[in-house]
Design a protein around this ligand. Structure first.
Ligand code: ATP
Ligand code: MG
Length: 562
């Protein structure tokens, strides 16, 4: 993480940082210890970035540490591939867990011993009811649950059965271990929740050592306690689970007591942020993969060209609160633009080419002109661009009958070619269908570099490339993946997919230096936006993704007072 954004992060204030500050001041914690606890059942997305910025951010600001812990309690859906990818993505975001890499599965032996402890204390029992029966006994929000006939089973009998469950003597679903709390509780989570289930499934880390696995609810708080996590920060949907976590902590010989605080999860307009939904998009072939540049995954954002610092800035700006809200994608794009404006080098690229012939420029000749790499950063220097008699400009930069405010090229009109010359359009050449296929222009040799010695002015400045030197490329433009701010709000999410979320331009012409564009380094295509080479790009077939367009819809939203 750069010094610049460490400084801005440190200015962050929110109710969770206030709690941490107060706990440290009161001596309730010596060192703040947080954790980022992904379940390895998919790739990380922007919601996880929010959680990471909070957890790693607090650890950094208060001189503590943040653990990376994989909540790998559900071997049915978890894969090794995800464990690797998540670590890469956390590092890419600029965060470092140092030596503090954990897995809930590291704690399986301790968790098992604590389950036996609960049984011995008469606070857990083995239940022989089937999953359906357990559900039927659970009651509803308005009706209390009913006791299982096995609830009063002797601890000795439960203990023996639990050990046999561990030994693999029973099939999946035959028995479970439940905490004995309160079947009439108004909080469904306290109605004797299942804390262990039988699963004859290979685990990515523990292999076939276990035939029973703790539930997430049993593993999570206890893992925090084992690791000495002081502040366990999670999203609001876990507020209802907190009484259960507290009950478990009170009834177990834990070495430390973590404090759970909930915050609102990130909801992003025109996007889904749930691994279950994202998997659906990947498996249904609605996107090209987890790293499709339209996906809100960190992989997708990276491929699209979003720098991690822009994502951190976004997380800082959305802040941390207790109330749910819907965040505009435009804010993320605004953060990217602000950063890239300062850091991205400028290049000229014509996405929809129209041929220009400079009639008075000598045939077969050419010259190189100097172009500034980044007007915001003098250290970025300059580069050479070739200029010749035949050029390409953007088709949209010419109009035969221009309306009033169109200041670009038109018959008889003079404009500046950026870093080059003033040119005047003499004639638009059309094909048999009346389509404009070429412009015949003249240039003023006195205006080399883009300024007229006689002080005359032009209103338009266009980007261009030399036809002979330009490199062909494919450019991919992206729009929201969904057409509705809350996809699936009134029906199937898939019905709200945006059929126009991807536009592929196959006939683009780029200035020659772009043939060497480095992977992962975003560039500004002048007047168009920020672009980054796609991993599909090869020397013989260049492919660029548009990260964001230059036009800032967030600034517009702000002006409207939105
Ligand atoms: P998903 O719904 O995408 O599956 P999850 O909560 O199941 O998300 P986990 O891998 O269990 O995902 O989450 C790891 C951490 O990231 C948790 O602390 C979780 O609260 C947090 N997190 C997940 N999604 C968001 C979100 N949209 N906003 C903020 N934090 C989130
Ligand atoms: Mg989850």
């Amino acid at each position: 993480m750069s010094d610049a954004d460490t400084a801005t992060q440190e200015g962050a204030r929110d109710f969770i940082r206030d709690i941490v500050r107060a706990d440290l001041a009161a001596g309730d914690a010596e060192t703040v210890v947080t954790r980022f606890p992904p379940e390895p059942n998919g790739y990380l997305h922007l919601g996880h970035a929010k959680s990471m910025c909070l957890n790693f951010g607090i650890a950094r600001e208060f001189g503590g540490r943040c653990h990376l812990r994989f909540d790998d309690t559900n071997p049915v859906k978890e894969e090794h591939e995800y464990i690797q990818a998540i670590q890469e993505d956390v590092r890419w975001m600029g965060f470092d867990w140092g030596q503090y890499l954990y897995h809930a599965s590291d704690h399986f032996e301790t968790l098992y011993a604590w389950a036996e402890h609960l049984i011995g204390a008469g606070r857990a029992y083995v239940d022989d009811l089937s999953p359906e029966e357990i559900r039927a006994h659970r009651g509803t929000l308005t009706e209390p649950g009913r006791d299982s006939p096995y609830r009063e089973r002797e601890p000795e009998e439960s203990l023996e059965l639990f050990r046999r469950m561990r030994a693999g003597e029973f099939p999946d679903g035959a028995r479970v271990l439940r905490a004995k709390i309160d079947m009439a509780s108004g909080n469904m989570n306290l109605r004797d929740p299942v804390i262990y289930r039988i699963l004859h499934v290979h685990h990515p880390r523990t292999g076939d050592a276990w035939r029973i696995y703790p539930t997430y609810d049993f593993a999570h708080g206890q893992s925090d306690a084992i690791e000495g996590v002081t502040h366990s920060l999670c999203t609001l949907e876990f507020a209802d689970h907190r009484p259960l976590y507290d009950w478990l902590i009170e009834n177990l010989p834990v070495p430390a007591v973590p404090r759970q605080t909930e915050f609102a999860r990130l909801n992003l307009a025109y996007t889904v942020l749930s691994k279950r939904r994202l998997i659906q998009l990947v498996e249904g072939g609605h996107v090209s993969g987890w790293d499709d540049p339209r996906m809100p995954t960190l992989r997708g954002l990276r491929r699209r060209g979003f720098p991690p610092a822009a994502i951190r800035d976004f997380c800082r700006r959305i802040g941390i609160a207790k109330a749910d809200n819907l965040v505009e994608v435009a804010l993320l794009e605004h953060c990217a633009r602000e950063l890239l404006n300062k850091t991205a080098e400028r290049r000229m690229a014509v996405l929809d080419p129209l041929k220009v012939v400079i009639e008075n420029y000598p045939e077969g000749e050419g010259e190189t002109l100097r172009a500034i790499n980044n007007p915001e950063d003098a250290a970025a220097g300059s580069r050479e661009v070739p200029f010749t008699r035949e050029l390409y400009i953007e088709a949209a930069d010419f109009m035969e009958e221009p309306p009033k405010k169109f200041f670009r090229l038109a018959p008889g009109r003079e404009v500046r070619l950026r870093y080059a010359y003033f040119i005047t359009c003499r004639e638009a050449v059309k094909d048999a269908n009346g389509k404009i296929v070429e412009l015949r222009c003249t240039y003023d040799p006195e205006t080399r570099g883009g300024d007229a010695p006689d002080g005359r002015r032009v209103k338009g400045t266009l980007h261009w490339v030399s036809a002979q030197h330009a490199v062909p490329a494919e450019v991919r433009l992206y729009d929201h993946l969904f057409t509705k701010p809350v996809p699936g709000a009134d029906g199937d999410v898939l019905d709200d997919l945006n059929p126009e979320s991807l536009t592929v331009l196959v006939n683009c012409r780029l200035e020659p230096s772009l043939a060497e564009a480095a992977p992962g380094v975003p560039l500004q295509f002048e007047r168009q936006g920020y672009f980054a080479p796609d991993p599909d790009s090869t020397p013989s077939h260049l492919v660029f993704n548009r990260t964001v367009a230059l036009r800032d819809s967030w600034a517009k939203i702000k002006r409207r007072g939105g």
